[in-house]
Ligand binder design. Structure first.
Ligand SMILES: NC(=O)c1ccc[n+]([C@@H]2O[C@H](COP(=O)([O-])OP(=O)(O)OC[C@H]3O[C@@H](n4cnc5c(N)ncnc54)[C@H](O)[C@@H]3O)[C@@H](O)[C@H]2O)c1
Length: 414
């Protein structure tokens, strides 16, 4: 399974009114944060460390913060999680004083406002990614962002704009997809684009895994903090599995084809999954890409016995065959033996951490990961929309829908 297993803890919480994300985005996201030129907050001396603010201190947040530390060029200097205990637990590991451990929905803004960080690492639930990335760019800090970039169409467009603004403000904005860092994947994509498998006719993208989220028995659906803890089980916070997890497979498909789909027809449902939550557990979608290239996509998140994150591209003279946790190869008239992806889960994150650092140091603000990440994110949303509607949806219809999802934050702490 690509994602680390998530054990969601329950518990009782105090309630107050929280902020509305849309109001914040409508206000431009620039609430009270210090606007500083990056050159003033991060110099060019080779031995200067990049000071990080971590947003989201869960499984991946803690795990990736250690990788940043191990790189040697970074120091984790502030943390934010909605839950104070989680922020303090990770803060403690990195010797961060309690006054730099922020909590609540708006803790990331207090962290940005306090200053003393050059970059944020966003590892929160996907629903919050756009508002947190926008605030970071407005505050003049670099952004390292977990996939998916957003849960809805408007969120994707917000990230696209934030990425462009980052470039204009001389900031680095990197989205962390591991496959794109792999020399094997890169070589397979290069060869396919050079015609080694002939004319591309069709493709296949799959994401098969077992249950990922374990929601505790004392989960209370009326308690918004329980919803936050169990975010992966709920569409509005995660984007559903096609966007939150299956994006890894569809990102590779859009990379090979270097295009967005024109339309999709889909179905799916929730049958093998039990317990709270409204995310589906299987999707079947057929995407039509330019030149009538059809990509069949299937995913499941239940059961046992077969896991794969795969993408195959079929041409008139060969087949490219890729598996995140397996091998990458090309078979046919111009074969590419490729090889094993090894420990891509960790190696890919490490490669992105290095690229992020080098880009900051070298002043490379071209931010090439933003556009393809938005494209593959929107591809998952197109598939999701078609599947929910059980009908065909075009790319243009999806964009025109201006889809925006709203999580009711009433009862959460600011
Ligand atoms: N291979 C990969 O690229 C990969 C693997 C795992 C997770 N991820 C991504 O990383 C992100 C985090 O996933 P995870 O597995 O660490 O989940 P997690 O639930 O373990 O951690 C998320 C943390 O965010 C906190 N949180 C909730 N609301 C918040 C808010 N408004 N602001 C700040 N923090 C908030 C939660 O309390 C929790 O500690 C997701 O976007 C996920 O898709 C990517």
């Amino acid at each position: 399974m690509a994602e680390q297993s998530r054990n969601v803890q329950g518990g009782s919480r105090t309630a107050r009114h929280g902020a509305n994300r849309r109001q914040f985005l409508a206000a431009g996201g620039a609430v009270a944060v210090s606007i500083l030129e990056p050159s003033l907050i991060f110099g060019t001396q080779a031995n200067e460390k990049v000071r990080l603010g971590l947003i989201g201190c869960g499984n991946r947040g803690r795990w990736i913060a250690r990788l940043f530390r191990d790189h040697g060029g970074y120091v984790v200097s502030a943390v934010h999680d909605y839950f104070p205990s989680r922020a303090k637990a990770v803060g403690g590991e990195f010797a961060i004083t309690e006054d730099r451990c922020y909590s609540g929905l708006l803790g990331y803004r207090r962290m940005l406002d306090a200053g003393g960080i050059d970059a944020v690492v966003i590892e929160s639930p996907p629903y919050f990614h756009p508002e947190q990335a926008v605030a970071a760019v407005e505050a003049g800090v670099h952004v390292f962002l977990a996939k998916p970039v957003a849960v809805d169409v408007m969120g994707c467009q917000t990230i696209q704009t934030a990425g462009e603004k980052a470039t204009a403000k001389k900031l680095v904005f990197l989205v962390d997809f591991q496959t794109r860092t792999s020399p094997l994947y890169q070589e397979a994509v290069r060869r396919v684009r050079e015609g080694d498998i002939g004319t591309i006719v069709s493709g296949e993208a799959v994401y098969y895994c077992g249950p990922t989220w374990v929601v505790p028995e004392d989960f209370d659906p009326k308690n918004p903090e329980d919803l936050l803890r169990a975010w992966g089980a709920f569409r509005v916070l995660s984007g559903d599995v096609i966007t939150e997890q299956n994006i890894h497979a569809l990102d590779v498909a859009t990379w090979f084809l270097d295009a967005a789909p024109l339309r999709a027809y889909g179905m799916g449902g929730r049958k093998g999954k039990t317990g709270p939550g409204d995310c589906w557990d299987h999707f079947s979608v057929i995407f039509t890409f330019p030149n009538d290239v059809l990509v069949t996509f299937a995913s499941k998140q239940y059961g046992a016995g077969y896991d794969d994150i795969g993408c195959r591209i079929f041409g008139t003279e060969g087949t490219a065959d890729t598996h995140y946790f397996g091998t990458v190869s090309i078979h046919g008239k111009k074969p590419f033996p490729g090889g094993s992806t090894g420990s891509l889960y960790a190696d890919g994150a490490k490669a992105n951490i290095k690229t992020f650092y080098d880009a900051i140091k070298n002043g490379d603000f071209s931010n090439p990961t933003v556009a393809p990440s938005v494209r593959s994110n929107l591809t998952t949303i197109l598939g999701r929309m078609a599947a929910y509607q059980k009908s065909e949806v075009t790319w243009d219809q999806m964009l025109a829908s201006q889809e925006r999802w709203e999580f009711d934050v009433t009862g959460l702490k600011e």
